[in-house]
Write a protein that binds this ligand. Structure first.
Ligand code: C5P
Length: 408
């Protein structure tokens, strides 16, 4: 996948810059052409010679090279490279460079190149914990994400300062995976496929203001929808109540209850090629929700009992209705995960089940990352390392692609 690809590696001034040398090596080993671009402060941490040797290309640092022997015709190089690149990754990306990119500044070669870049951009924020959690940095990362920049979240752990928390540059394979995934986006390998995705929780009304719900943030399902659309699929996303922006190119249907979700799924199921059911559908709903707000005084006794009825199992119904569709379900398990997930996959007639445990570090509700195990019809578990939800989404879609009949 990386053979012959043109990759720009931006290196900014953080202590993790030394790890980027390994990244260059791996890209080159995989057959890619790598052009390294450094900010002037990055050169305080690693010498350009290291990167030039590994990439077999001169490293670019200055917009206006100080040396008089360099030809002045070189000054549009940021434009040329912006067109040349299949993908750019900035790793490590400092708070400073992220802030500049968020505001569209072009005050050095690297930031000018980002503005001129035609292809996708991957950014790996790497810095000390307080700089990373700072509201300004989080805001800027959010701005980049909303523009479609692929953010690879930092790992949590011991930092160079001696403090501990999120801020570490993820390992080389995680960064390579992120680049491969954005390249998949440009390959459009799901073009012509219709993918139905559900996401988020459902809310089952008790009265007009209260509901039974759960903690699902919807991020995993939105990541699947976003990844599928970036790979060229026609995506319908049926979303429970979540505070997330609709990914570009995705048709969104908003629902509240499990019944509404069931109706929306059955309305779209016949026409889809694959259903990825990542919504956390409430298993029960109050049997007779009150028409007006239940008053505290009206309760009378110490106990208030809500009678519930079972909600439809949307995925099971889809499993019974399927004609040609690929079916993917999720299993959120805290004990004996593998055993339960295998049973669930067989019971619901699914092609693939995605097992996760919300108690594992990096897999919590609302988290930007997930740690999952994929289990297909051979029952063999494929455990994946902790990775951004968008990369998990691509792994799920890779499996879906294998299961879909060959494109006509
Ligand atoms: O059985 P369990 O609820 O753990 O199964 C989880 C999977 O089934 C998820 O993919 C979820 O979206 C789906 N589900 C469903 N309808 C329900 C409950 C869960 O489709 N009522």
């Amino acid at each position: 996948m990386l053979t012959g690809k043109h990759i720009l590696l931006g290196v900014t001034g953080g202590i993790a810059a030394y790890k980027s040398a390994l990244l260059v090596r791996e890209f080159v080993r995989a057959g890619a052409e790598v052009q390294v671009v450094m900010t002037p402060s990055a050169t305080q941490f690693v010498t350009p010679l290291t990167f030039a040797t590994l990439s077999r290309r001169d490293v670019i640092i200055e917009m206006f090279p100080p040396s008089p022997d360099q030809p002045t015709s070189q000054w549009t190089k940021h434009i040329d490279l912006g067109v040349w690149a299949d993908c750019m990754i900035i790793a490590p990306a400092t708070a400073n460079t992220i802030a500049k990119i968020a505001t569209g500044m072009a005050d050095n070669f690297l930031t000018s190149l980002v503005l001129a870049l035609r292809g996708p951009l991957v950014v790996a924020p790497t810095m000390d914990v307080d700089m990373y959690t700072n509201t300004a940095t989080q805001h800027n990362i959010g701005v980049l994400r909303s523009r479609g920049v692929h953010i690879v979240e930092p790992e949590a752990g011991e930092l160079a300062s001696g403090l501990s928390g999120p801020g570490r540059l993820p390992d080389t394979p995680v960064l390579i995976e992120a680049v491969k995934n954005v390249l998949k986006g440009t390959a459009k390998d799901l073009a012509g496929r219709r993918i139905l995705v559900t996401a988020g929780p459902t809310q089952e009304p008790i009265d007009p203001v209260r509901y039974l719900g759960n903690r699902s943030s919807g991020k995993m399902g939105f990541a699947v929808a976003s990844a599928a659309a970036s790979r060229g699929a026609a995506v319908t996303l049926i979303a429970g109540p979540v505070a997330l922006a609709t990914p570009p190119g995705v048709q969104r249907v908003d629902v509240h209850t499990a019944r509404e979700m069931a109706d929306a799924v059955s309305g779209h199921f016949g026409a889809c090629d694959a259903l990825v059911m990542s919504a956390a559908v409430a298993d029960f709903a109050p049997a007779s929700p009150a028409d007006s707000k239940i008053k505290r005084e009206a309760l009378g006794t110490e106990r208030f009992v809500i009678e519930c009825v079972k909600n439809p199992d949307i995925l099971r119904t889809a499993g019974e209705m399927r004609t040609h569709q690929v079916l993917v379900g999720f299993a959120l398990e805290t004990d004996n995960g593998l055993e339960h997930a295998r049973k669930k996959r067989a019971g619901k007639k699914l092609d693939l089940i995605v097992l996760n445990d919300p108690r594992v570090d990096g897999a919590a509700f609302g988290s930007e990352t997930n740690v999952v195990t994929l289990i297909g019809s051979d029952d063999k578990p494929e455990p994946l390392p902790r990775m951004p939800k968008l990369d998990v989404a691509h792994r799920i879609l890779d499996r879906v692609l294998q299961l879909l009949p060959a494109a006509r």
